[in-house]
Design a protein around this ligand. Structure first.
Ligand SMILES: [Zn+2]
Length: 278
């Protein structure tokens, strides 16, 4: 009971507190054995809401993890808590290969991020297309066979977005023209909503010139994490801004086409057009 209360209190402090405040609270409890530290309960529960708030290291394996790591629970005797990854590294620990704490970033709060988002649906030669815009720019472009279905998909992530075909007429027309004629370019501002790692990958994709492709391994090198090829592939798959963030320009190392969230035939069609346009 007592530790549950402590954990709830810690969660509240972490949520509302300023960084200074949090730091103060956590340093105070750093002297406790891990088992009595309220953060241990978050680790026991593999509580994802604490990911990025702190890290824990395990003396026997020399790695550090996010609180939600799915690996077998360590003996609390061997556990230490760290406020930052730099702190864990300085203490001599490596990032865990399973939970990849080095790829962590503040998770986008998609619920609040969907406030004020408007979208429109139209058609292009590749099928139905949905374009959405936040106060910061274009935040989603979805392609599909069926307008109803992509709209439903879109609402899973942006539950509060409002359809507004009139206000979005111009960005939708621009995007459709860009699909038909890639050489025109697409220069509307984009609002990349994702972790810092995903944003790094998406920015690297945006730098692949029209008519060219790159492999997942090349992108992993370009973002400075040459071994994170799978994480790069996942970030490509998580791209919500089809075409404008050209994840279709990423292919396997042998040049063959890998999957595409919006259908591999659309990927093939886009690449064929871009090769002609370049
Ligand atoms: Zn781990």
């Amino acid at each position: 009971m007592r530790s549950k209360r402590l954990t709830d209190k810690l969660a509240r402090d972490l949520k509302k507190g300023t960084t200074m405040n949090v730091h103060h609270k956590i340093t105070n409890s750093a002297e406790l054995p891990a088992e009595q530290d309220p953060r241990w309960q978050a680790v026991v529960r593999r509580d994802r809401t604490f990911d990025g708030q702190f890290f824990y290291s395990v003396k026997t394996t020399c790695v550090y993890c996010r609180p939600s790591c799915a690996a077998r629970l360590a003996n609390p005797k061997n556990v230490r808590f760290h406020l930052t990854q730099a702190d864990a590294r300085q203490a001599g620990f490596r990032p865990c290969k399973r939970c990849k704490p080095d790829l962590i970033a503040a998770a986008a709060d998609s619920e609040s991020a969907s406030d004020g988002i408007r979208y429109a649906i139209g058609t292009c030669s590749l099928g139905a297309v949905l374009v959405a815009q936040s106060a910061n720019g274009i935040c989603a472009v979805l392609l599909g066979d069926d307008a109803k279905r992509i709209e439903k998909d879109f609402h899973k992530r942006f539950s509060k977005a409002i359809r507004d075909d009139r206000r979005l007429a111009k960005p939708l027309a621009d995007l459709v023209e860009f699909v038909e004629q890639p050489s025109r370019g697409f220069d509307l501002r984009l609002d990349l909503q994702g972790t810092t790692f995903q944003q790094r990958v998406w920015k690297a994709l945006a730098k692949i010139p029209t008519g060219k492709t790159a492999s997942y391994a090349e992108i992993a090198r370009r973002v400075g994490t040459p071994t994170a090829v799978r994480a790069v592939a996942q970030a490509c798959a998580a791209n919500a801004i089809a075409v404008a963030i050209p994840c279709h320009r990423v292919v396997r190392s042998d040049g063959t086409l890998s999957g595409y969230r919006w259908g591999v035939e659309r990927k093939r069609a886009l690449l064929a057009r871009e090769t002609l346009a370049a």
